[in-house]
Each structure stands twice: as C-alpha cells, then as structure tokens.
Design a binder for this molecule. Structure first.
Ligand code: AGP
Length: 344
C-alpha cells in the first residue's frame, strides 16, 4: 500500500468504520444501554409521519434512514435540507416526529431549524456524533453515533454510524408500534451486528484501488441507484466531488433516461449502485453510453449480501474508497477540499 494511503485521515477513518459501527451498536443495543433508544421509540411510536432535517452527508443518511423507517416501521418520513426547511415555517402538525441530524452538531442551519421547531412546541430528537455539541445538548432526546473524532472533511465513519443509529431507531419504533416481536427485533439487531465483519471484508479486498484507474481521465461521473441506494448514489457522488474534485451527481436509476444520460460519453463514467431489478433498460442504456462501474454482489466493487435496509452500510464503503483512491491518484489533499470546512 502506498505512503499516501497510510497518511491521509480519510483512509484511516474508512478503515476505522467496522469498529465505529460496532461501538455504536453496542452503545444502543445492550439491555442497559437500550433505555435511550426506548425513550425515542416511545416518542415516535404514535407518530403518523416524521420530518428529518439535515445537510450534506447527514441528509443522505436521513434519506437512507427514511427507507429503513418506511420498510421496518411503516413510518413515512420527509427529508429536508435544513436551510430550505427554515423557509417553510409551518406550525408542527400533530402526530409528527422531528429528527435533526448533524455529525458535528454545529451546522448552523440544522441547529437553527431545530431551535425554531422546539420554539413552536414540538419535542425533537437529535442524531449527532458529538455529545457536547449544541444540537445534542438542546434536543429533547439524543441518539449518539460514537464514531470517534473525524478529521477528514469528507465524512465516512460519521456517515455509516448515522446509518446504524437510524436502523436502530427504525427497529425500536417498529417494536414500540407492535410491528416486531421481541425475537424479530433481536434478529434484525443481529443482522446489524454482522455488518462490521462484512465491512471489514470490503476494506480488506480494496477493489477500489484498481477500479479508480478508470476515473483518471474522466470529466464527470454519474452515480445511480434505486430505492435506498439512491441515497448512496448521492453520497458516492458527494465523496468523489470532495476527495477527487471530479464533477459528479447522484440520480435515482429510473430518472437517468429522463435527461442526464445525454451527458455521458467516452470521457464520462457511470457508477451503478446496488439492486437494479426492474430497471434493465436503463442499465442497458447506461452501458451503451460509456464506461460503467457496478457496485453490488457480483459487481466490479463487490459487496457482501445483507438484508435490504442494511445494504447502504455496505454499498457506501467501496464508494468512499473509490473517491479516496481517485483523489490520491490525482495527487490531491483528499482531507481538505478547497473552500470546505468540517462544520458550516
Ligand atoms: C460530508 O462529506 C461533508 N463534509 C458535508 O456535506 C457534511 O456532511 C455537512 O456539512 C453536514 O455536516 P454535519 O453532519 O456536521 O451537520
């Protein structure tokens, strides 16, 4: 492995993910430590809908979390950019739960949106990586992510631990709503407990190191995924913009033939994330348009199988590694994208 690979914070933080996820699960899923999550589940059990508010990678985590909440707890959720949410100061509707996500707990718009929601009389839940942050201190309920300090501006372990926390919230709410029996809840938590070892396999294989060569000369990369993997397509694009400064956007797979396909060609590439069932025509069209990297069970970047709501915790890892290697190959400081800071 090259020296650069060992000296960047982003790489170290990618490698720390199995441990960070394990810590987060342990902190919330043990019989003693489950109390906090049980309180949150009680608050959200009667909700008819959730509003989730965040920016950047935290908003992508919320989008994946929405899919988890809808699949596991049958609780529909809306996800908003905090800055946009603040422009729609509607009185909180009854039976609405509010979840604000910020790994730093300091993002100004997310914090302001939470304060405004509280001032309108709603109880709010924060998901954060920093217990001493204003978001975590001022929320009525907090679910901490235990990723440990994250230095690199491109978020990695703070993102996957947010996904783990959101899955635990979804499972706890489903249990509180009577949709999961005790043993079903334990079974789903058991699936989550397998994730760190599966992440470890992806990291050890490091397939992204070779695959990243395909991005050396490209001018743009299109990421596409369906369902829960749409959130991961957007996160993969965000990582590539930050670490490798390559123009990239994420789309729902089914949307690609409605416009963005026109941008593909010899000097562009596409990354298809996860399950493509029902979208075979779109996949064919993307393949016909140029270079394609597939992330999935039998893809160019292989991802071991898990249950559908947990797939994002695995599919995102090779994309983080791809962004890292693409940036390192271009000789860039992957940890410090120009103009960006850790907390906005
Ligand atoms: C993620 O890679 C970014 N650095 C950025 O989008 C970040 O997720 C966003 O600024 C939100 O930060 P927060 O989670 O601390 O609120």
């Amino acid at each position: 492995m090259s020296t650069a690979v060992r000296t960047h914070h982003m790489w170290r933080e990618i490698v720390e993910q199995p441990e960070a996820v394990r810590r987060t699960v342990e902190a919330h899923a043990g019989s003693e430590s489950r109390k906090g999550l049980t309180e949150v589940a009680k608050l959200l059990a009667d909700a008819e809908r959730l509003v989730m508010v965040a920016h950047g990678a935290s908003r992508h985590a919320a989008l994946a979390g929405r899919a988890m909440l809808e699949a596991v707890a049958a609780l529909p959720a809306d996800v908003s950019f905090a800055s946009e949410y603040r422009l729609r100061p509607l009185p909180p509707r009854p039976k609405t739960g509010f979840v604000f996500l910020s790994q730093s707990g300091e993002t100004a718009d997310t914090l302001a949106a939470m304060r405004e929601t509280k001032a309108r009389g709603a109880k709010v839940v924060a998901v954060s990586n920093v217990a001493a942050s204003p978001l975590a201190r001022e929320a009525d309920y907090v679910v901490l992510t235990h990723a440990g300090a994250e230095v690199s501006v491109p978020a990695t372990k703070s993102f996957t631990t947010q996904l783990a926390a959101l899955f635990l919230i979804a499972v706890s709410v489903a249990h509180a709503r009577g949709r999961l029996a005790d043993e079903e809840q334990a079974g789903l938590i058991g699936e989550l407990q397998r994730v760190p070892a599966l992440m470890q396999e992806i990291i050890a294989a490091n397939e992204a190191e070779k695959v990243a060569m395909a991005l050396d000369q490209v001018r743009a990369v299109l990421f596409a995924g369906a369902g829960v993997n749409y959130a991961i397509a957007m996160e993969g694009a965000l990582k590539l913009k930050e670490a490798a400064r390559i123009p990239a956007e994420g789309f729902p797979l089914g949307e690609v033939r409605h416009g963005s396909l026109a941008l593909l060609g010899a000097d562009a590439a596409s990354v298809i994330v996860g399950d493509t069932e029902g979208q075979e025509h779109t996949v064919e069209a993307i393949r016909a348009a140029g270079k394609v990297i597939v992330v999935g069970e039998n893809g160019d970047l292989k991802v071991p199988k898990t249950i559908a709501p947990l797939a994002p915790l695995l599919t995102v890892v090779p994309l983080q590694m791809l962004a890292y290697h693409a940036g390192a190959r271009r000789g860039l400081d992957v940890d410090r994208p120009p103009g960006l800071v850790k907390a906005v």
